[in-house]
Design a protein around this ligand. Structure first.
Ligand code: URP
Ligand code: ZN
Ligand code: ZN
Ligand code: ZN
Length: 493
């Protein structure tokens, strides 16, 4: 008897279709889509008139660091909590996030880490959420817990080929890939050669080169490309699906594409940092370059950006995530990016925590750039993320009777004119955005999570409630997995 909400007059864009539909929502689900005007306004308790704006599945951001300890160089702890990070998320049109449950090298049990992370997130989130296990210590206990992780709705993990606190050896990576393949878990890999970049860092410091721009010098493209190739080789050996996270290098992207052409289940992710920042941003005056220190680093030129945009358009990149990794620039308590001292008047790049905030700006930056077909935009920012991490089709699309009513509704094209992004617009707990001053022409007008309006830019802004966001149990990836099934018996190992 009646719908809860109608969204009318929108141009509905999914990864597969673009058409004018009105959308009816009931009990938090997409109930049906109908041609414009068929559903009477009186059939619902509330009507939102999208006025010709785009109506898309809510954004799904599957690379988010919240409340993590100092693991990424420097001393910073992520400044966003589950509360502030997911608040920022809905204000930027993202309705589901997958954050990390970080296992330090000193902790044997992944299940203990998962439980801790649940406790931090519970009743605090504005978005729906899940976790990837961040595996720092793949010992016997951790590996034996994989089946239980799957029962608990966790179907992905991340490992590192760099960072003192996290770097795994190749044999440890094989352990992970083997156990992951058995359980239908997707392995995300941070592909940079930690030994090489540490060596480069020592050499630079011996020569007194400490400024933020040398962060990029210490880890040139080949550092990323070598590790990417090695990750592909190990995954091929184990016939296990991987996703190489935050790819910034065109040459790494080319190797990923070759692996995909060979039919390997090798997926790739990139992030707005690698579409909008360059090495020159690391050399901003007055140590402001520290704000753009992330790993891999922003690359050299517009040509590098073009190659990454092309990789998004041609399918090399499965997902465009934020890698939201928030650190205060100036903050004495939480650790900070500004580490100027008398001993190091130019700062010291090796002490700057790695990572940039971007959970709220990911969608608006990318849509405003207008360099992807709309359906491709939805695919890489929502649909594919849901498919790869076992959230589809509850999340990532608008399938009547099946999908959650998670929608991001944009302004009609041209309505907002052009405006500059400033940190004062944002809702994260970070004192800067690396994208300060970038020209935008879009921002989400409304964000809807399971039928509830949580962001209403012209009617109160943030209107969602902390704690409305729910943990989502995930299944297996619905993108192609191991090439050989059954017969290729991993038990020989
Ligand atoms: O610099 C980065 N990417 N920081 C976040 C941590 C990670 O490696 O994803
Ligand atoms: Zn141990
Ligand atoms: Zn990483
Ligand atoms: Zn990250």
């Amino acid at each position: 008897d009646g719908f809860d909400l109608l969204v009318i007059n929108g141009l509905v864009v999914t990864a597969s279709d673009t058409a004018n539909y009105d959308i009816a929502i009931k009990d938090g689900k997409i109930a049906l889509l109908a041609p414009p005007g068929v559903l009477g306004k009186e059939s619902a308790k509330r009507v939102i008139d999208a006025e010709g704006g785009y109506v898309m599945p809510g954004g799904v951001d599957t690379h988010v660091h919240l409340e993590e300890p100092a693991l990424f160089g420097g001393k910073g702890r992520s400044s966003d909590t589950f509360e502030t990070g997911t608040r920022s998320s809905v204000c930027g049109g993202t309705t589901t996030i997958v954050a990390f449950a970080p296992q330090a090298k000193t902790i044997p049990s992944l299940l203990a880490v998962l439980e801790d992370t649940h406790a931090r997130a519970k009743d605090n989130c504005y978005t729906d959420y899940s976790f990837h296990m961040l595996v720092g210590h793949p010992g016997e206990q951790a590996l034996s817990e994989f089946p239980r992780l799957r029962e608990l709705g966790i179907s992905s993990l991340k490992i590192y080929m760099t960072y003192e606190a996290l770097q795994l050896r190749d044999d440890q990576i094989l352990d992970i890939l083997l156990a992951s393949r058995r359980e239908g878990i997707t392995t995300m890999i941070h592909a940079e050669n930690g030994d090489v970049l540490n060596w480069m860092t020592r050499k630079l410091e011996e020569r007194g080169l400490y400024a933020p721009k040398y962060h990029a010098t210490s880890r040139p493209q080949i550092v990323e490309t070598e590790a990417t190739n090695r990750a592909i080789a190990l995954a091929e050996l184990m016939d296990a699906p991987i996703l190489v996270v935050h790819v910034s290098s065109p040459s790494a992207a080319a190797h990923l594409r070759t692996a995909q052409t060979r039919g390997l289940p090798v997926y790739a992710e990139t992030c707005p940092q690698y579409l909008f920042l360059t090495r020159a941003d690391l050399d901003r005056p007055d140590f402001e370059g520290a704000k753009c220190v992330c790993s891999p680093p922003p690359r050299e030129s517009a040509a590098d950006h073009d190659a990454i945009w092309l990789g998004l358009a041609n399918g090399t990149f499965t997902v465009l995530s934020s890698d939201h990794c928030p650190f205060m620039y100036e903050d004495r308590e939480q650790g900070k990016k500004s580490i100027l001292s008398d001993a190091f008047p130019e700062g010291r790049f090796s002490g700057i925590p790695n990572g940039c905030p971007g959970i709220e700006t990911r969608l608006a930056l990318t849509l405003s750039a207008n360099r992807l077909p709309l359906q491709k935009f939805v695919e890489v920012t929502s649909t594919n993320a849901a498919r790869l991490y076992g959230l589809y089709p509850t999340k990532g699309t608008i399938l009547p009777g099946v999908s959650d009513a998670d929608l991001t509704i944009w302004y009609p094209p041209g309505r907002l004119g052009s405006f500059k992004l400033t940190n004062s617009m944002l809702h994260h707990n970070v004192d800067y955005t690396p994208f300060e001053g970038v020209e935008l022409n879009q921002w989400p007008r409304w964000t809807i999570l399971r039928g509830q309006v949580v962001w209403d830019r012209d009617g109160g802004g943030l209107v969602g409630k902390k704690g409305y966001g729910q943990f989502v149990r995930r299944g297996k990836s619905t993108l192609p997995g191991p090439r050989k099934s059954g017969d290729w018996d991993v038990s020989v190992f």
